[in-house]
Design a protein around this ligand. Structure first.
Ligand SMILES: CC(C)(COP(=O)(O)OP(=O)(O)OC[C@H]1O[C@@H](n2cnc3c(N)ncnc32)[C@H](O)[C@@H]1OP(=O)(O)O)[C@@H](O)C(=O)NCCC(=O)NCCS
Length: 152
């Protein structure tokens, strides 16, 4: 029985998170320097999923100058998918952004990436635009947003 839990990224995770990133995104993976610098800027916005000491997924976010919280990527190792890990990582990320005062969220995905789009829709994101050929010829990007309701 797997015992996966989510927690904040630590600098000692750098090699493992880069390995998961390369496994999931191949030549499109973020480098270890990206994770190191993102951690310098937003130490509460990188979450990892851990199975008995082994990293199996992560989510990264950042806050733009206009206050928008951007979910930059979500990754779960193939053998760990469809177990709720991606969703729990996303919820941790959104909660951390809410604690940072973010009320407007954005996420993007390849337009054919239905697992990711379904995941984001499940969490209240809706499509607001498409950028044609963003990832190369014929590979479009979907832009999705979520707005937090104002407290009464
Ligand atoms: C997208 C990704 C992170 C989802 O991770 P996951 O741990 O498998 O997702 P979960 O098990 O938490 O699924 C949560 C919801 O997402 C949706 N979903 C996830 N995978 C799906 C699939 N293959 N088909 C349809 N819906 C899917 C469903 O709505 C699901 O809810 P449900 O179980 O109640 O149906 C994972 O597939 C992945 O790493 N893909 C490659 C990297 C990527 O494309 N990242 C996103 C772009 S930045």
């Amino acid at each position: 029985m797997r015992n996966v839990r989510e927690r904040l990224f630590r600098p000692s995770d750098l090699a493992q998170i880069t390995g998961v990133e390369q496994n999931v995104y191949g030549s499109g993976a973020y480098s270890k320097y990206f994770f190191r610098q993102l951690h310098d800027l937003f130490p509460t916005l990188i979450w990892v999923a851990e199975d008995d000491g082994k990293l199996v997924g992560h989510v990264c976010a950042a806050v733009a100058q206009d206050g928008t919280g951007w979910i930059l990527n979500t990754a779960v190792l193939p053998h760990y998918r469809r177990q709720g890990i991606g969703e729990r990582l996303m919820i941790n990320s959104i909660d951390a952004l809410l604690r940072a005062g973010v009320r407007h969220f954005k996420v993007t995905s390849e337009s054919e990436n239905f697992p990711a789009i379904r995941l984001y829709e499940k969490l209240g994101f809706h499509t607001v635009g498409i950028e044609e050929d963003y990832y190369g010829d014929g590979v479009d990007r979907v832009i999705m947003e979520r707005h937090e309701k104002e407290q009464a």
